[in-house]
Design a binder for this molecule. Structure first.
Ligand code: HAM
Length: 417
């Protein structure tokens, strides 16, 4: 778990703002769910997934309830849906931290942020296209170029079960040539063996059956419609029939956005898919569902690697320097802030030199200087810090009551640092 200081904290906040802009323009409304839920809510993610069996931060609270910090949002959103029964279709977006007890490394943390969307109550393949497109458009808004969209379908529930059986048979026939880790995975969840990156497994994964042979006609038609919709919008994708997502609730369309700059174990920038049985398993009516979550921390690493979505300039407009005792700084800074001019100041009545140094460090566009002369004359001096001069002068005095209008005019012309 990490602390986020500026400018990282600012970048993270802006990331969420841009995401909200993109999805709210498509009719999604924000949902805020609790950080903590009954353990049973997350158990629905699947008892064959590491997220549930190994990585949950769960504990018994003072009221003897077995609870867990959320490892993801989808189960919480479905729990909220069952509780509130909103009208359909229900389109929501969210952002916030999740907790998984994983081995920390670059791009993998025990507390990490996600932004995401979920839609409940619509079966239409056009919705799959909409959801995927929103993820894609968001990456474009960030400026990311090296993102690959991988697409698959896990078929209808019966298809998936028959495929899992076929995989089990295939990998069991390989016997001890399969890595020890994959043999352990095979016993729990044959699908996840396809995720193995171990050298000794590669050949057997390549020869494993693919899911398309098990698709029902309905699943195959749905998948073809999704592909056609993405093509109609000019969104490039790769069909990857061995793409398995880490969570058990997926049915039908699944997808992942893969970055080009991170290690392969952490290169999934985001992913999602359909989970048509999840609401039912939480006690609700049969309800179609689809969504995605994007890893904020990882996507920001990818942005830094590609040199896009830099931290915005957070420096103030004006820095107040007062060598007359500090009361003037108190008043003037307050007036500037009230007028919407971002302002900071020096403290402790330091020397002019020390205060000017602080003004410089702050990155402010202008220093507003109040010395004994200014105080006596009822003026303040303005010194342009970024441009060096305004109309040839390095510093000029204005009447105290004209400071704000002067600064407002000057700020319209000043370059951002
Ligand atoms: P997920 O694939 O488990 O899916 O997580 C989505 C994204 O969260 C990942 O692609 C990754 O970027 C980020 N992420 C996951 N674990 C970590 C970690 N330990 N450290 C940093 N980033 C991480 C879900 O969570 C599903 N709820 C997505 C979904 C929504 N499916 C349908 N609707």
């Amino acid at each position: 778990m990490r602390d986020l200081l500026a400018p990282e904290s600012v970048r993270t906040r802006r990331f969420t703002t841009v995401f909200a802009d993109v999805v709210e323009a498509a009719g999604y409304q924000q949902i805020v769910t609790p950080l903590l839920e009954d353990l049973d809510v997350f158990a629905r993610i699947g008892d064959a997934t590491d997220v549930v069996t190994k990585e949950m931060y769960d504990f018994v609270d003072k009221g003897d309830r077995h609870v867990a910090l959320r490892p993801e949002f989808t189960a919480s959103v479905c729990r909220a849906f069952v509780e509130h029964r909103p009208t359909l279709p229900w389109k929501v977006w969210y952002s916030g931290p999740n907790f998984r007890y994983e081995k920390p490394q670059r791009g993998r943390y025990r507390q990490f942020d996600q932004v995401g969307i979920e839609v409940l109550g619509v079966d239409d393949p056009h919705l799959d296209v909409e959801v995927i497109t929103l993820g894609w458009d968001f990456y474009r808004r960030l400026g990311l170029r090296q993102v690959t969209l991988l697409l698959n379908s896990l078929g209808e529930p019966g298809d998936r079960a028959r495929y899992v059986d076929a995989l089990r048979t295939h990998f069991e026939a390989v016997g001890t040539a399969l890595s020890e880790q994959s043999r352990a995975t095979l016993a729990r969840n044959p699908l996840r063996v396809l995720d193995s990156k171990r050298g000794e497994d590669v050949e057997f994964i390549a020869s494993a059956p693919t899911i398309d042979a098990f698709w029902s006609p309905t699943a195959a038609t749905h998948f073809r419609s999704v592909c056609a919709g993405l093509e109609a919008l000019g969104i490039r994708f790769e069909v990857n029939l061995k793409l398995v997502r880490g969570l058990d609730y997926y049915r039908g369309t699944t997808f992942e956005f893969v970055g080009g700059t991170l290690d392969s174990a952490q290169n999934a920038l985001g992913g999602g898919g359909r989970y048509d049985g999840l609401v039912e398993s939480l006690g609700g009516p049969p309800t179609a569902g689809i969504g995605f979550a994007l890893g904020v921390d990882r996507t920001l690493i990818a942005c830094a690697d590609e040199g896009v979505f830099a931290a915005p300039d957070m420096s103030v407009d004006a820095f107040v320097v007062d060598t007359t005792g500090g009361t003037q700084a108190l008043i003037v800074t307050n007036q500037l802030r009230a007028a919407g001019i971002a302002a900071d100041r020096a403290y402790d009545n330091r020397s002019m030199k020390a205060q000017m140094k602080a003004a410089n460090r702050s990155g402010a566009a202008f220093a507003v200087i109040i010395g004994d002369d200014e105080l006596a004359a009822g003026t303040v001096s303005i010194r342009p810090m970024r441009t060096g001069t305004v109309e040839g002068s390095e510093q000029f005095a204005v009447a105290g009551n004209e400071l704000i209008t002067n600064l407002q005019t000057l700020l319209k012309e000043v370059p951002t640092s």
